[in-house]
Design a protein around this ligand. Structure first.
Ligand SMILES: [Zn+2]
Length: 70
């Protein structure tokens, strides 16, 4: 499986989503954990993925359901 972790410095949870940034479209995309990504992206755990909010002028696209943790 994966041992990737949330990219938040204070967080050690397992990554559950990959966030990618589209600067041209001013869009933040949250999608399934990418097995291999390049460029502007980082991993987040469920909690931080749910809390993610876009900077002013940016949109957030959620491609996955951010289900509640058990
Ligand atoms: Zn986290």
């Amino acid at each position: 499986m994966t041992d990737r972790r949330c990219s938040q410095s204070s967080c050690s949870r397992v990554a559950a989503a990959t966030v990618t940034l589209d600067y041209e479209g001013s869009t933040v995309a949250i999608g399934p954990l990418a097995p291999d990504y390049a460029g502007e992206g980082y991993d987040l755990c469920l909690t931080h993925a749910r809390r993610l909010t876009a900077a002013q002028g940016w949109r957030v696209l959620r491609h996955i359901e951010l289900w509640d943790e058990p």
